[in-house]
Structures are given as structure tokens and as C-alpha cells.
Design a binder for this molecule. Structure first.
Ligand SMILES: Cc1ncc(COP(=O)(O)O)c(C=O)c1O
Length: 393
């Protein structure tokens, strides 16, 4: 019999730590292995399968694929337009540029911001980003990712980028000048351990942006499209960014990213300034149209808020019972971080034995990103298993 785990090691470059678990199919909030065993999926492909393993997405994909799969960006395409229209009519965005991934959405934003700055002054090219952020692995995205562990082996990266401490107003103030063309920011640092930005920081950023005429780019690649209980995580702060980048759940599991821009930025890119062969692929956008419609035009976001509060209240009780293991709970909606210190690894391993799939980020944080439409009894199943695991260790 084939051993796919070993074959993967043999043929694919060793850049990922794979699980020795062969999945055959997914359904709702569960994955099923080759022995028919059922696993509760509490991280949804790292916030990609936000509607769970959904058969309707598969049928939208099949429907578009049966018409045509790809035409090239010389052609207009109905599903691509439909998705852009949904985003424009329901968000701050005035226009959309489609990419294939989050890193590429941030690359597009870097170029847009640089061109915006250049139109104002030759010196206006500085981009600022936060320490401990994550914005992707391409050279531009990696430069924005303010973490030595990801950057060190690949320097020199792109020039003209500097960093501030997340949530530290003084640190931002020190770095900003009239030469700043953009500040990139995650509303909740996902990879960085589920850490949320403060209202004071956003208010200050907004004021600086007006004073120094730079763009605010909000990376909603992990937080966006309903994950926190709002369409975008920035909404609760009462401000409007100039640019938002999206990916992950946007294509329902098919590679798809987007850069959304406000009205004033519509004219920055001209034909030939930017492009990608697959960006806005009709099949990916057919899936995206379904996903975004579900998030915008159903009660999903309210459900996410309710389920998030329920989950946090249950976890709070567990934290009180096991204060030595669970040190802190962070996040909102269905993006929750459980600070478990040195116990995070063993919790994840024990969970796998109990057919519960957990993700750990930044070594010590259990990052919960369940499907947004997870059922209440499935959340209860998670709570029961999680408590059982803590009792065991
Ligand atoms: C906030 C954020 N930005 C950018 C990225 C990069 O996206 P991709 O892996 O699709 O390039 C990620 C991926 O984890 C992310 O969480």
C-alpha cells in the first residue's frame, strides 16, 4: 500500500512540518481519514475553510469549471465581476485587484503605495510595519513581516521598510515622517499569537495618516470575511482604511486574494503597472462569490459573535480551573488564542490522539479558527475534549 506521508517527504521540498495523517474527505466541521476516523477541525485550514468543508462550494466550482476554467486577463469574466461587485457594493472599497494569495495581495499593495508616494515626492517611499507581524513569504511580504526568525536567512530584503512596536504609539510616532507612504497593519496579529490592536493606536495612526499624507493598509488576510464577527475586523474601530488585503477564506479553499482600494486610489495603477496570469480566475471567483455572499447576506456574522462569546465564556471557566496551564485568553469572534506556555505542544499532540485538530502558533499559543458555521454541539464537543486533555496532562 502507498505511504503518502513518506512519498511526500521523498518528492516535495521539505518546507512544511506535515502531520502523519492521511485525510480522505471533509464534511462540515469534520475531516475523515483513510480508516474512516472522524476529526473535529478547529482551525479550518488556517482560516481558509471558513464555511467548513462545504459541498455547495464544490458545486459552484464544478458549475463554473464546466463552462470554462481560465481565459486570461485579456477577457472579462462574469464570476470575477460578480465577486468584485459584491465587495464594492458592501464594503468601503471602490475597486478591487485580484491575486492568487495573501502575499501577492500585499505585494500589490506595496507597489500601489510606492507609486502613490512617488507621485507626491521622490523621497516618499518609506513603508512601516509592526514587529511580530506576518504578511507573507514573498520578498515584499517577508520584508513587511517584522520577525527575524523568518527574515534572517534571506537578507537583504527590499529597502525602505522600517518597523514599529505593535500597540506602541510612541514607537510609531518616532518612525513616521513626511517620507512615509504607507503603514501596514494586522488588526489582530494571527501568526504573532492573536494579539489585538488598541483603539488608541488606531486613533493615533489615523491622525498621523492625515498629517503626513500616508496610506493605511489593513491586512485582513486572516481576520477578514467574517472571522471576527464583522465582515472586516477593522470595523469596530470606527475608521476607514485606504487599502485592505484579503486571501485565505476568500476563495473557499481555491487560491484567491484581493487588494481592495478606496475611491481616491482608483487611478494610481494604470494598464501595465501590475498583473498576474491567474489573478481573478473565474473558478476561484465563483467559489468566492458564494463565500462572500454567505458572509454578507446571511446571519453568519451575528452567529460568529454569539459563538465566539460562548466559546470564550466556556474557556474562561476552564482557565479558572487550570490557571497553571491556561495563562491568558485573547481574540474575538471565532479567532481565539489560548496562551498555554510550554504546554501548547503536548495539548496539540494529545488532542490529535482524541481526534481533535488544533493549531499552535508562536510556540505557546493554541490558535482556534473553527469554521464560522460550526454547530453549537460541535463547540460543546470541543470544550469537552479540551477539558479532558487538560485533566490528563
Ligand atoms: C495576516 C496574514 N497576511 C498574509 C499572509 C500570507 O498569505 P499567503 O500564505 O496566502 O501568501 C498570511 C498567511 O498566513 C496572514 O495570516
Amino acid at each position: 500500500m502507498r505511504n503518502l506521508y513518506l512519498e511526500d517527504k521523498k518528492y516535495i521540498l521539505n518546507t512544511y512540518n506535515r502531520l502523519d495523517l492521511i485525510i480522505e474527505r471533509g464534511e462540515g466541521s469534520y475531516l475523515y481519514d483513510s480508516n474512516g476516523e472522524k476529526y473535529l477541525d478547529m482551525y479550518s485550514g488556517i482560516s481558509v475553510n471558513n464555511l467548513g468543508h462545504d459541498k455547495e462550494i464544490a458545486s459552484r466550482i464544478a458549475m463554473q469549471a464546466s463552462k470554462y476554467i481560465h481565459l486570461s486577463n485579456y477577457f472579462v469574466s462574469e464570476s470575477t465581476i460578480n465577486l468584485a461587485k459584491l465587495l464594492v457594493e458592501n464594503t468601503f472599497a471602490s475597486k478591487v485587484f485580484f491575486t492568487n494569495s495573501g502575499a501577492e495581495a500585499n505585494e500589490a499593495a506595496i507597489k500601489l503605495c510606492r507609486k502613490y508616494g512617488k507621485k507626491l515626492s521622490e523621497e516618499k517611499y518609506q513603508i512601516l510595519s509592526a514587529y511580530n507581524s506576518f504578511h507573507g513569504r514573498t520578498c515584499g511580504g517577508l520584508t513587511l513581516t517584522g520577525q527575524d526568525k523568518y527574515q534572517n536567512d534571506f537578507k537583504p530584503l527590499i529597502s525602505g521598510v522600517d518597523y514599529f512596536r505593535y500597540n506602541d504609539i510612541e514607537s510609531l510616532n518616532e518612525k513616521v515622517s513626511d517620507n512615509t507612504c504607507a503603514v501596514f497593519l494586522e488588526i489582530i496579529q494571527g501568526e504573532g499569537g492573536i494579539v489585538e490592536i488598541s483603539q488608541e493606536f488606531i486613533d493615533n495612526l489615523n491622525e498621523l495618516s492625515k498629517r503626513h499624507n500616508f496610506l493605511i493598509v489593513i491586512d485582513e488576510i486572516q481576520t477578514g470575511i467574517g472571522r471576527t464577527g464583522d465582515v472586516f475586523a477593522y470595523e469596530k474601530y470606527g475608521f476607514t482604511p485606504h487599502v485592505v488585503t484579503l486571501a485565505k477564506s476568500l476563495g473557499g479553499g481555491i487560491p484567491l486574494g484581493a487588494m481592495l482600494v478606496c475611491k481616491d486610489l482608483e487611478g494610481i495603477f494604470e494598464p501595465g503597472d501590475h498583473g498576474t496570469t491567474f489573478g481573478g480566475n473565474p473558478v476561484a471567483c465563483a467559489a468566492g462569490e458564494y463565500v462572500v455572499n454567505e458572509v454578507i447576506n446571511t446571519n453568519l456574522c451575528n452567529d460568529v459573535k454569539e459563538k465566539g462569546n460562548y466559546l470564550l465564556s466556556k474557556l474562561q471557566k476552564i482557565k479558572e480551573k487550570y490557571p497553571n496551564i491556561i495563562r491568558e485568553l485573547r481574540g474575538r469572534g471565532l479567532m481565539i488564542g489560548i496562551e498555554a506556555g510550554e504546554y501548547a505542544g503536548i495539548i496539540k499532540e494529545t488532542a490529535l490522539n482524541k481526534k481533535l485538530l488544533l493549531n499552535v502558533t508562536n510556540k505557546t499559543i493554541i490558535r482556534l479558527l473553527p469554521p464560522l458555521n460550526i454547530k453549537m454541539h460541535e463547540l460543546d464537543e470541543f470544550i469537552r475534549l479540551f477539558e479532558e486533555i487538560l485533566a490528563e496532562i
